[in-house]
Write a protein that binds this ligand. Sequence first.
Ligand SMILES: *Cc1c(COP(=O)(O)O)cnc(C)c1O
Ligand code: SF4
Length: 396
Amino acid sequence: MYFQASEDDFKPQKPLDFGTSSYALRPAMYDDVTQEQWADWRWQHRHRIRKLDDLKACFELTDQEVEAFVRSEDSFRVAITPHYAALMNRQDPACPLRLQAVPQEGELTTYNFELEDPLGEEAHMPVTGITHRYPDRVLFYVSHHCPVYCRHCTRKRKVSDPNTTASRAQLESGLDYIRRTTSVRDVLLSGGDPLTLSDERLGELLKELRAIKHVEVIRLGTRNPVTLPQRITPELCQLIKDFGPVYVHTHFNHPDELNADALAALQMLQRAGAVLGNQMVLLKGVNDSKEVVFTLNRKLLYAGCRPYYMLQCDMAQGITHLRTPLRKGLEIMAYLRGRIGGMGVPHFVVDLPGGGGKIELLPEYLERTYDGPDGEVLVFKNWSGERFEFVDAGEK
Ligand SMILES: *Cc1c(COP(=O)(O)O)cnc(C)c1O
Ligand code: SF4
């Protein structure tokens, strides 16, 4: 598990590469699109790839991808923004971005241990649209739509389903619940993706939340900086400034997602006073590699976004093919510690099934203990595999 430090660790690393705007990489089907259209998030939203014909026009699909598309269409729809498609490898089905957005055969296989609502979110709903599990904080679902539907989504049961869209009445009843529940200090706007709402709607929500005396922390969980960075506009940033500080949790899973457009979006958010943190989900073939996570975290820190969580993929239905063994996450943690500053080391977290909440896993640094003359002696292994003894003299 421990990675002996080597000379390579002390050599200069490859410079970070944010590439170009996705416009320069756009698939041939968008040849006639202007740069202004491409930069307009409404255009991106309207032109999302949703049908098999569009998918075929954009990608060289394998037979199994076609089959998976057809058979998953009714349960969990496909949507891919032209921006996100432009960052993918259109020939290679193993492209780490493509794996997150184009259905795979594995989705069609379900296992007995999988759960429709893996985190027991519906069971902890005091009112529709609010999950209140911890004493001080709530998840507030304000939209069930996202620019791209991630194949590993834990909320597949409702995300992308037009019948479950949060109505105005539902948002009102959520706000009412927060107003009357004075233990709630921290509100996490979630979904779906809250940036699917219009600026006007989002502004109203932020304003109402700020007006509640006991609400101290407002957070936005959004994948828009990854899948639709064009959504980060000066108008949106003004809202974040007006009602800030707003903590923004992004969801970058791979360094290729953090391109020039995403970097610009993060910088705009940061300049508007947003406090940025990333929630990565560990996924097989996407980021189950210490080098990939290391590079992603370097890029995130450069962009002013701290790696916050590295989440074990949970037990939702039809995502087992994307799950990694727990030891993979521990191995990545052991590699990161020491090789990147502490700000680049996330918490490795498992969200327990059935609503147990999050627990944190750490590599084992304690090797053994023995009784010394002055107290217990603990033998630790450090990040590079060397042993050190710590005398726990107790309270003298
Ligand atoms: C993850 C989660 C939160 C936020 O947890 P933090 O650890 O504070 O980021 C709040 N409520 C629920 C139900 C959650 O799953
Ligand atoms: S952005 Fe989040 S809520 Fe939306 S599909 Fe992806 S994982 Fe699910």
